[in-house]
Design a protein around this ligand. Structure first.
Ligand code: ATP
Ligand code: MG
Length: 437
């Protein structure tokens, strides 16, 4: 490739159809569409409504929303000053803060709670590697204005349904980890115990941990540094500091999951990357993607509305990393419905085009996918394309057939078969035959 070709920014990927050969093994756009369709179908069954919020938000939203001493705010945000007016702006690193901002701005909970979802690009300045990119995409789901453990449990069961419909097996391909972060006062007591513990082992702390010891010691538990794992393992757990109400909320969530036969592991070290969480937190993890093992994470964040200047409102939600999930599905080789057309139209001579198109349009009106061969070429070349398209039939529009008011229908799969004629005039009548074959 010549030197003056412009390239995408490192860690930001093109998502392309499978017919485009590419060196990286990133999932193709067909997989994305199938995922999105499945999501739409599942979420609508639970009453979730779609929304879109801006990709760019005021920097202050994330500083206030996620917490100043978090990986995201400290080192992963794409932020800049708008040259026109001096505003500090940020490419959203996650979706929840923007959604809550929008709900506060539009007083959206005035008429009662809302169930919402969105899909979009998120941006984090991380070291790109498999399953970790600088632009990535999330499915984000939020249940706003609901205080009880019922919604927490429903959200988790909804993700299980999504896994089922995508072909992922819980326990084999993905596992659920669960924890409770209690309430701020309980975390405060735990925090003091944590600081005392880490101070007693100050010699084993890395630079990040030393810096966070007094600002945000809970974050130390989220460290990815292998040298600190043993220390973190033995630290006091928040679970031992939870009061009766927090424990009752947690028990109620677990009771539903137990009744639904959903296996989970209570992981008292699970803290999540943002400060806004309380009570229930959860992650769906896999062992198949190396250290990028979390495909979906979420929890309750009852304090965020107030923190962003709104009326207090309880809330719970999750974010699902689409690239990671599709990589997993691809690596497991799970069956994905193919997007091949029902039929491929071979146009044997240019004069056949107007009548061929009328017939093709009539088939499309019946809901069939018909790919038209464009650009002419020999019958042999056109049949080669027809085969490559994956279509089950070729429709051959040739002079002889057209003269009789007919089109030739030729099966392409399973070794093909003899071709037979169908009348051009009433394509609707034989459309059904193509669909069911
Ligand atoms: P990790 O611990 O892997 O950095 P996280 O806790 O920062 O993840 P969240 O903020 O909870 O991630 O985002 C929800 C999901 O989005 C993650 O579980 C993951 O699947 C996905 N995700 C997060 N960061 C990235 C990234 N840089 N590239 C691709 N997917 C990501
Ligand atoms: Mg992260």
């Amino acid at each position: 490739m010549s030197n003056n070709v412009l390239r995408a920014i490192k860690g930001m990927n093109d998502i392309l159809p499978g017919s485009v050969p590419r060196k990286d093994k990133l999932p193709d756009s067909g997989l994305w569409l199938w995922f999105e369709n499945t999501v739409r179908s599942v979420l609508s069954r639970y009453g979730y409504q779609y929304l879109l919020t801006p990709t760019v938000e005021p920097t202050a939203l994330f500083v206030r929303g996620l917490g100043e001493v978090t990986d995201i705010v400290e080192k992963e945000m794409y932020s800049w000053t708008d040259e026109m007016n001096g505003d500090r702006l940020t490419l959203r690193p996650e979706a929840t803060a923007g959604i809550v901002r929008a709900m506060v701005e539009h007083n959206a909970l005035y008429n009662g709670p809302l169930r919402l979802w969105t899909i979009g690009a998120m941006f984090r300045h991380e070291r790109p590697q498999k399953g970790r990119y600088r632009q990535f995409h999330q499915l984000d789901v939020e249940a706003l204005g609901f205080a009880g453990p019922d919604v927490d449990a429903e959200l988790i069961l909804m993700v299980r349904r999504l896994w089922q419909e995508l072909g992922l097996v819980v326990g084999q391909h993905v596992r659920l980890e669960l924890n409770s972060l209690g309430q701020p006062a309980e975390r405060q007591t735990h925090r003091e115990a944590l600081i005392a513990y880490f101070e007693a082992h100050a010699d084993q702390l890395d630079e990040d941990a030393k810096r966070r010891l007094h600002s945000n010691p809970l974050r130390i538990l989220d460290t990815k540094n292998p040298a600190m794992q043993a220390l973190v393992e033995a630290a006091p757990t928040l679970m031992d500091f939870l009061g009766g109400q927090s424990l009752a909320h947690f028990d109620a969530v677990k009771a539903v999951l137990d009744a639904a036969g959903l296996e989970y592991r209570v992981n008292t070290r699970l803290v999540r990357g943002m400060d806004y969480y309380n009570l229930t937190v959860f992650e769906w993890v896999t062992d198949q993607l190396g250290s990028q093992g979390t495909v979906c994470g979420g929890g309750r964040y009852d304090g965020l509305f107030e923190q962003l200047g709104g009326k207090p409102a309880p809330a719970v939600g999750f974010g699902l990393g689409i690239e990671r999930l599709l990589l997993l599905i691809q690596e497991l080789g799970l069956p994905v419905p193919d997007a091949a057309p029902d039929a491929y139209a071979v146009i044997a001579e240019p004069q056949a085009l107007p009548r061929a198109l009328l017939t093709i349009e009539a088939l499309r009106a019946q809901g069939l996918a018909v790919q038209m061969h464009a650009g002419g070429g020999s019958m042999k070349a056109q049949f080669k394309k027809a085969d490559a398209s994956g279509a089950r039939f070729a429709l051959v529009f040739g002079g002889d057939e057209l003269a009789q008011g007919m089109v030739a229908l030729k099966p392409l799969r399973d070794g093909g078969g003899a071709q037979s004629l169908r009348p051009l005039a009433d394509a609707a009548a034989w459309a059904q035959e193509l669909r069911n074959a």
